[in-house]
Each structure stands twice: as C-alpha cells, then as structure tokens.
Write a new protein. Structure first.
Length: 299
C-alpha cells in the first residue's frame, strides 16, 4: 500500500467514474483499475460497487474513505508544520565563531543585505565546533580550518574561504622593521606576545614554532583586542595573519612576512555533511564567500 493508491482511491470516490478519473490523473483506465484492484486485494475487501461505467463506494469503501481522508489531513498538517519551522529557520542562524572580532565586516555586509535574519553567535575555540555541529547546536562554523582535513570526520563538510599568509607583527622601531621577510628560525631570541593557548589561532602558531625548532620566550598572553596594543607599546613581537596585521589600527606597528615556515592560515566554513541548508544558511554562505573573494582580489 502506498500514497499513490490512496490518492487514486479518493479521486475515484469523488468522481464515481473511471474514465473521467483516469483523464484527470493523466493515466490510462487499465492502469487506474489495476491500482484500485491491488489496493482492494491488500485490504481483502471490495471498495467499489461497479455499475457499468459508473461506480459507487461499497460499505467497505465508505468506512475506509473516512480514515484515508484523515490520514491525508494529518500529512498536510505535518507539511504545514515543517513549513512553519522552515520559515522560522529562515530568519535565524546559529553560528559558531573562532573569534567575534575577526568577522565584523562580514556581519556588516550580511546585516545590510538581510536585516530580517537574526544571527546567534557562539564563540568556539579549539576544535570543539565539530561536536557542536553534530549535536545541532550550531548550523555553521566560521573560523580556522587548518586541521579539519586531519580530523578525517566523514560527518562534516567544509569550504575554504581564504588562505592567509603569516607575518611577524613588530614595533616600527624594531631592527627587523622594513625587512622583506623573516625566517622564524632566526627569531628564537625575540620576546613573544601570544594568544591564549586554547585558541585555534594560537594552536596553529605554536605548530609553527615547533617547525622552527624552538620554544618561544613568551612575555605576555592576551586576547585579540590587546595584542596589537602590546606590540605598539613595544612589549614584544607577535605572530599573526597578514589580514589581521593589515587591519590593525595601531600606528606604531608594522609587519614582516614569514618566509619559513611557509604555512598559510586557512579560514573557512564547516557544516554537517549532507545537511540541507536553510535559506539563512545559504544566504550567509553566499555572503561570506563573496566577501573573501573580494578581499582576495583587492590584496
């Protein structure tokens, strides 16, 4: 028994005419008759009384019709419930973020285009975002994805939005200021200002120090908002991304490209594999891709 059989049954019960019903359904009369006979065989009772070309419901058919109509009504109510939930989802987005400070301009672009969509932002450091995606707590993660391939998780998908070069942020009076590039292996005597070790970016930076073969002398640990200021006050140097260095508002700092290790910081979006995007997810995905595509062309 399937929904097509039940749909044919209700249409035939309403018309009480085989050829007219077959024409409305765009099928042949033998096909319609065969479908009804199959349904009757499964139920073990005749649903129609045939009188020439005309038919009427049998007592069995009359009793059965009420239940079929109730079933279709329940299915329609279910569809409407899904529509209501989908419409609610289309005005809401749960977004996991590496850092709320990095994505300000993306959010400004998105809000200008889609002011009706409310974004619930959750700060997600490290790689806990995978668990939160799989648990349905966040729809998308926006942040560093250098280790996402290494996770080898068949339940998640990702796209790379931007690959950023790594640089050394220094005070303008620093001896290296103005250099075309710097090998991190030659910076073992520097005093470093780091982010919290639990942060995604600092974990990536720490891996660079491992490649360079030394443990840095850390004079200070602070967040994104204070790091540039501390460099501007000449407390030390800091490893960061080229994009972050270009966006600093501190006038007394400059940056030097790190020539080795030549690792790039990957930024991207992550979501549950085979997840059907809501309209709000698709809108944000499109805006983020366009934003970083423009940045890439402008640099």
């Amino acid at each position: 028994m399937d929904l097509l059989q039940l749909e044919y049954f209700l249409r035939l019960a309403a018309n009480e005419h085989v050829s007219k019903t077959a024409e409305q359904l765009h099928i042949s009369q033998p096909s319609l008759s065969a479908t009804i006979k199959k349904l009757e065989a499964e139920l073990g009772a005749p649903l129609f009384i045939r009188k020439g070309r005309n038919i009427t419901l049998s007592p069995y058919g009359q009793a059965y019709k009420a239940y079929v109509e109730e079933a279709f009504l329940a299915l329609e109510n279910g569809r409407q419930a899904i529509d209501r939930l989908r419409n609610a989802d289309d005005c809401k987005l749960n977004l996991g973020l590496l850092s709320p400070y990095v994505w300000t301009e993306v959010f400004q672009d998105f809000a200008a285009l889609y002011p009706e969509v409310r974004i619930n932002r959750y700060s997600v450091e490290g790689y806990r975002y995978v668990d939160q995606i799989l648990a349905g707590k966040i729809d998308l993660y926006l942040g560093g994805i250098n280790r996402v391939e290494a996770l080898d998780n068949a339940k998640i998908q990702h796209t790379t939005l931007y690959e950023d070069d790594m640089v050394l942020l220094v005070h303008k009076s620093h001896p290296l200021a103005g250099s075309p590039g710097v090998d991190l292996r030659n910076c073992r005597n520097e005093h470093f200002i780091n982010l919290d070790p639990s942060t995604n970016l600092q974990q990536f930076i720490s891996a660079l120090f491992v490649q360079a073969g030394f443990e840095p002398s850390v004079v200070m640990v602070c967040d994104y908002t204070l790091r540039d200021q501390m460099v501007a006050e000449n407390h030390g140097v800091s490893v960061t991304t080229k994009l972050a260095a270009q966006k600093t508002e501190e006038k007394n700092v400059t940056y030097i490209p790190i020539t080795w290790p030549a690792e790039k910081r990957k930024l991207g979006l992550v979501w549950r594999r085979n997840r059907v995007f809501s309209q709000s997810m698709q809108k944000f995905y499109d805006v983020a891709c366009a934003f970083y595509r423009d940045i890439h062309h402008n640099l």
